[in-house]
Design a protein around this ligand. Structure first.
Ligand code: P1T
Length: 399
C-alpha cells in the first residue's frame, strides 16, 4: 500500500485497489466520535459561526459530509484527483453536456446506452447542440467526424448493448491533437476495477454508479472522475447550480457498495466467462459477444486497456420474436428486467426494453434485433445460471 494519510484525507495509490476502496476518504479522525463507518448526514444546512465563517459545509447542494466521503473514495479507485456524485447516471450525462454551449458538436459511439441516445437526440439537440453517432471500432470514422465546432467525444466501452470495444488511448490521442476537445468515457460496464480511462488519456471517467459501483440494485447515482482542476471547478459549479444531487443515504449506500467492488467484479467475471462459453457452444444460440472471450472482435484492445471483464454479455438466439420473448419469460434464476451490475442476474430484450427509444432503423443497423438479448451475469452459482439459460432456451424454442 503506497497511499499515505494526510490531514485532508487519503492520497490515493494506483496499487492497493481494495485498500483504497475500504479506506480512502473514510478516516475516523474526521469525526469527533471516531466512527469507523461514515454517518448518513441528513442536514441540508449548516450553522455558521458568523456570516461567512463556516465549517466548510454551507448548504446541502454545495456539500454534504457523506457525499464527501464517497467522492474521495470513488476518486481513489481510478487514481483520480476528484470525483463528483450526481442523482443518477443520466444526471451526470446532463452535467457533462452543460459544459457545452449552443452550436457545439459532440461525436458519440453509435451504440451508446438508449437513455444517453435519447438524452442527446431528444433533449440536448433542442438546445442547438449537434451530435454525430459513429462506429468507433473504425477510428477513421472518429477522425472524419471531427469538425471545427467539435468540443466533446463521448466513448462508451464496451457499449450497451452490443458490447463494441473502443481503443480509449487512440481516441484520446486523436481528440487531444486539439486542445478544446474533451474525451468522456462511460466506464459503467467495466467499473473502476477493470478499466481506468483517465490513465489511458480520457478527461472524464463516467459511471452510472447505479450499476457495479453500488452493486446492489438499490440506488440511482452517477459518478464522474477527473484530474484537471479547472474541469473539476466547472463540473462542481454545474453540480451545485443544477442540483441533481444524491441524498446522504444514497451516498452512504454507494460508499458501502464500493467496499466489496473488487470481490464482486472477480466473481462477475468468473461467472460470465462460464456462461459465455456455455452459450457459445449451445445449439440454440447464433452468436455470443463477451469482451473477455477471444471470439470478441476487439478482444486485443480489451487485453491492452482493461485488466479483466465484467458480467455483461449479449447474444443472438436462434428464434423469432415470440420465441425470444418466451425464453425471457421462462427464466427462473435470471430475472427479466432492465439495469445491470447488481448481485442478481438479469436478462432483457434491448429492442423492446432499454433501447426502445433508439430509432428503429438505427437499432437494425446495430444488430439490436428481435432475437437479441443482453444479460448481466450476477453472483449466483454458475451451475444454476447455466442450467437456467439451458432450460429457458429449450422452452423458448420448443414453444
Ligand atoms: O440509469 P442511470 O443511473 O441514470 O444511468 C444511465 C446509464 C448510463 N450509461 C450506461 C452505460 C448505462 O447502462 C446506464 C443505465 N442503463 C440501464 C438502466 C440499462 O438497463 O442499460
Amino acid at each position: 500500500m503506497s497511499g499515505e494519510k494526510g490531514s485532508t484525507g487519503w492520497v490515493p495509490a494506483v496499487e492497493g485497489f481494495s485498500t483504497n476502496a475500504i479506506h480512502a476518504g473514510q478516516e475516523p479522525e474526521q469525526w469527533n466520535a471516531k466512527m469507523i463507518v461514515p454517518p448518513i448526514a441528513l442536514a441540508v444546512t449548516y450553522k455558521q459561526q458568523e456570516p461567512g465563517l463556516n465549517s466548510g459545509y454551507v448548504y446541502g447542494r454545495l456539500g454534504n459530509p457523506t457525499r464527501t466521503c464517497l467522492e474521495k473514495c470513488a476518486a481513489s479507485l481510478e487514481n483520480a484527483k476528484y470525483a463528483l456524485a450526481f442523482s443518477s447516471g443520466v444526471a451526470a450525462t446532463q452535467a457533462i453536456i452543460n459544459l457545452l454551449k449552443a452550436g457545439d458538436h459532440v461525436i458519440t459511439t453509435d451504440d451508446v446506452y438508449g437513455g444517453t441516445n435519447r438524452f442527446f437526440r431528444q433533449i440536448a439537440a433542442k438546445f442547438n447542440l449537434e451530435f454525430s453517432f459513429v462506429d468507433f471500432t473504425n477510428l477513421k470514422n472518429v477522425e472524419d467526424a471531427i469538425k471545427s465546432n467539435t468540443k466533446l467525444i463521448w466513448v462508451e466501452t464496451p457499449t450497451n448493448p452490443t458490447m463494441k470495444v473502443t481503443d480509449i488511448k487512440a481516441v484520446s490521442e486523436i481528440a487531444h491533437r486539439r486542445k478544446d476537445i474533451l474525451v468522456v468515457v462511460d466506464n459503467t460496464f467495466m467499473s473502476s476495477y477493470f478499466q481506468r480511462p483517465l490513465s489511458l488519456g480520457a478527461d472524464i471517467s463516467y459511471h452510472s454508479a447505479t450499476k457495479y459501483l453500488n452493486g446492489h440494485c438499490d440506488v440511482l447515482m452517477g459518478l464522474l472522475m477527473v484530474n484537471d482542476d479547472e474541469l473539476k471547478k466547472r463540473l462542481y459549479f454545474i453540480q451545485y447550480s443544477t442540483g441533481s444531487l444524491p441524498s446522504g443515504f444514497d451516498c452512504y449506500l454507494v460508499n458501502r457498495g464500493i467496499k466489496t467492488l473488487a470481490l464482486r467484479m472477480e466473481k462477475h467475471q468468473e461467472n460470465a466467462l462460464l456462461v459465455a462459453k456455455f452459450l457459445e457452444s449451445h445449439l440454440l444460440v447464433e452468436k455470443v459477444k463477451y469482451a473477455g472471450l477471444p471470439s470478441h472482435p476487439q478482444y486485443d484492445i480489451m487485453q491492452k486497456q482493461a485488466s479483466g471483464c465484467s458480467g455483461m454479455l449479449c447474444f443472438w438466439m436462434k428464434g423469432d420474436l415470440q420465441q425470444t420473448k418466451k425464453f425471457l419469460a421462462s427464466l427462473k434464476v435470471f430475472m427479466c428486467a432492465e439495469s445491470l451490475g447488481g448481485f442478481e442476474s438479469l436478462a432483457e430484450h434491448p429492442a423492446i426494453m432499454t433501447h426502445a427509444t433508439v430509432p428503429a432503423e438505427h437499432r437494425a443497423m446495430l444488430g439490436i434485433s428481435d432475437n437479441f438479448i443482453r444479460i448481466s451475469v450476477g453472483l449466483e452459482d454458475a451451475d444454476d445460471l447455466i442450467q437456467d439459460l439451458d432450460q429457458a432456451l429449450k422452452s423458448g424454442v420448443s414453444g
